[in-house]
Each structure stands twice: as C-alpha cells, then as structure tokens.
Design a protein around this ligand. Structure first.
Ligand code: ATP
Length: 136
C-alpha cells in the first residue's frame, strides 16, 4: 500500500509534540512502518529541499531544519499521502484550519521560516525519493 515520509520538525520535537503528531497519525488509522529520531544533516537536507534552492527562505530553512533533533516516520496506508497532508493543514500555521496539526498546535513566531511542526511528502514519487534519503 501507499507510503509517505512524515517529519516532526525540530520545532515540533522541541515543543514535545512528537507523541501528539504520531497519535493523530495512528488515530486516523495509518501505520507507523519505521521511526527514528535524528538531527537532520545539511547534506541530506539539501537533497530533500532541492526544489526550493534559490528561494529566499531556502538557507533559513536548512538552518532551522538542522537546528536539533527531528522525528522521521515512514507512514503506510491507502491514500496516506493525501490523508496526512489533510491532517497537517496549510503550510502557514496561522492560516491552517483548526482541527489540523498546524492549525491546532502551530503559530507564526515571526521568523524567516514557517516553523510548521511537520513535513509530509506531496506525491508518491517524492515519498519514495524522500524515504530513500532519510532511511537509506
Ligand atoms: P512540507 O513540504 O514541509 O510538508 P509544504 O509542502 O506545505 O510543507 P513546501 O512548499 O514544500 O511546504 O515548503 C517547505 C517548507 O519550507 C515549509 O514547510 C515551510 O517550513 C517552509 N516554507 C515554505 N514556504 C515558505 C515561505 N513562503 N516562507 C517561509 N518559509 C516557507
């Protein structure tokens, strides 16, 4: 069945929201196939975020994502890519609807990067590419 890569980003990890995010994934009915805590290194972050290279938030994004531990999960279930993105809510946590992870637990902290608690792959191709980067 379908797989997606979920990251509880360093802001979520620091705030102690890892369990809450994993709880929502399991409560939805998806399965945690793999799980680990690690501080993302810049080399793998550059691969992961290659599509954003050159954008104004790219360097701050790599800085933020390498600032401390994060939790990586391979999540499994039919249509879990779309399903997790619905659970996560909009990229901007101020605009994200209540009921979503970002809408319930996130806010704007006035920094250059939107610290928005979670990442979720946006297509089957990205999911397999990203799982290959972080679970090689
Ligand atoms: P993700 O891929 O992290 O699940 P997303 O698909 O909603 O979220 P992307 O467009 O892939 O977001 O951007 C990657 C990350 O870069 C975002 O999650 C956010 O942390 C940051 N980001 C994206 N757009 C902006 C922006 N305009 N200003 C600041 N930070 C941004």
């Amino acid at each position: 069945s379908e797989r997606t890569l979920v990251i509880v980003k360093p802001d979520g990890y620091r705030r102690g929201l890892t369990g809450e995010v994993l709880r929502r994934i399991e409560a939805k009915g998806y399965v945690l196939a793999e799980l680990k805590v690690a501080t993302p290194d810049r080399e793998r972050l550059a691969k992961h975020y290659a599509e954003h290279e050159g954008k104004p938030f790219y360097q701050p994004l790599l800085e933020f994502m390498s600032s401390g531990p994060a939790t990586f999960a391979v999540v499994e279930g039919h249509r879990c890519i779309e399903g997790f993105r619905a659970l996560a809510g909009a990229t901007d946590p101020t605009a994200a609807l209540p009921g979503t992870i970002r809408g319930d637990l996130g806010r704007d902290w006035g920094e250059k990067v939107q610290a928005n608690i979670v990442h979720g792959s946006d297509s089957p191709e990205s999911a397999e590419r990203e799982i290959g980067i972080w679970f090689a």
